[in-house]
Design a protein around this ligand. Structure first.
Ligand SMILES: C[S@@+](CC[C@H](N)C(=O)[O-])C[C@H]1O[C@@H](n2cnc3c(N)ncnc32)[C@H](O)[C@@H]1O
Length: 360
């Protein structure tokens, strides 16, 4: 399978070759058409503009190989804008201005901003990664984690999140969930109130949260909720119009400051065997990954699956995955690895950001 470095979906394999300006222009155009059109009028307009501007494309070309260039470019711009909220570009960003509307001077303000901070922008593009930590995906993970917990007669879960970013989804049992249709779950007083519309069949929710023995968050670059810059980067990754997601992130960061989890820096595939070996006995091993494998090269995905198969010859384990299916929805899958073999089920479809789930 191949991967698209523009968005989170599989289409073109990540490559170490720097894209040409024409290729980058295509990526920005597709980003506008496929991702922004219904979701961010501002990025839609800006992406089309960048696609026609070789000077801006040359800056965007500084993104690390394999990274979604348009996502990263706009996150870097918004990050700098959060630090310079008095710049005239801020008037166009709903994340910074209550009265932001589409204006004729958007193009001028955008170009001026990007060129006056060209060096900072390039630095960010060379060093940062697309690490959007979408807390609402917890609403999709919860029913599956409960299923595993029940199937294993209440053995506490040993959770390892590969590509965890700040690890916010590992704290799912501190959140409150409303799935509509009178299905609510968790602490109604939690600062993190997640609404995820359940479509179709009722979700197989049980009475309590699963017990968790351990939470390990692995990332190439773990983000730390105690570091202002990391939190600002997480915010900058959220598109300007998505105010509700920013509020949810703020609330989850607040919770995470009180419930520290174990963070491990490095390549999740390479580190996995050692981390699995460390897992406590009498726990149920459960690997989670959401929107991570789309950032891995095909061989790395293969190695990841082989590592789980190999380990399961000694001890069985589960893997819960949210992965991009197409532009319209994602798959929520559960694999059980036992005696070196994998059995996999797609349990639900869900939206990329966990705004809805459809149990199959
Ligand atoms: C789009 S974010 C998703 C974050 C989180 N799983 C969520 O759903 O909110 C993908 C994360 O995977 C991480 N990542 C990508 N490849 C990785 C690898 N080989 N090992 C560890 N982390 C990786 C990135 O650094 C990034 O933080």
């Amino acid at each position: 399978m191949a991967f698209d470095p523009i968005n989170d979906c599989p289409t073109n394999a990540p490559t170490n070759d720097a894209p040409t300006l024409n290729q980058l222009a295509d990526r920005f155009r597709r980003f506008a058409q496929q991702e922004c059109c219904d979701s961010s009028p501002l990025y839609d307009q800006l992406s089309r503009m960048v696609a026609q501007d070789n000077d801006l494309l040359a800056i965007a070309g500084c993104a690390q190989a394999g990274q979604p260039a348009a996502n990263l470019f706009f996150a870097a711009v918004q990050f700098l804008l959060f630090q310079n909220p008095d710049d005239s570009l801020a008037r166009h960003f709903p994340s910074l201005s209550t009265f932001a509307t589409s204006r004729d001077d958007l193009s001028t303000d955008f170009r001026n901003f990007c060129f006056s901070r060209k060096d900072d922008l390039k630095d960010l593009l060379r060093t940062k990664l697309v690490q959007t930590n979408e807390v609402r995906r917890s609403a999709c993970l919860l029913p599956v984690l409960q299923m595993i917990y029940e199937e294993t007669n209440g053995q506490p879960l040993y959770l390892i999140d590969i590509g965890a970013s700040a690890g916010l989804n590992l704290l799912f049992d501190r959140y409150h969930f409303d799935y509509g249709q009178d299905q609510t779950f968790g602490d109604s007083e939690s600062p993190v109130q997640i609404y995820c519309q359940s479509r179709g069949r009722a979700l197989p929710l049980s009475a309590t949260f699963p017990q968790v023995a351990s939470r390990v968050a692995i990332d190439l670059n773990p983000l730390d909720v105690h570091k202002q810059d990391d939190v600002l980067w997480l915010k900058a990754l959220i598109w300007p119009e998505h105010d509700e997601r920013r509020k949810l992130l703020d609330a989850a960061v607040l919770v995470a400051k009180h419930y520290p989890i174990r963070h491990v820096q490095g390549d999740g595939v390479a580190l996995l065997p050692a981390l699995l070996n460390e897992a406590l006995p009498d726990t149920r091993l459960c690997i989670i990954h959401s929107f991570t494998i789309n950032q891995m090269a095909p061989q790395a995905v293969q190695n990841f699956q082989n590592a789980m198969r190999q380990f399961s010859k000694r001890r069985s384990l589960y893997c819960v995955a949210i992965s991009c299916k197409d532009g319209a929805s994602s798959n929520l899958g559960l694999s059980c690895y036992q005696n070196g073999a994998e059995s996999k089920n797609i349990l639900a479809k869900c939206s990329d950001h966990g705004t809805w789930i459809e149990w199959l």
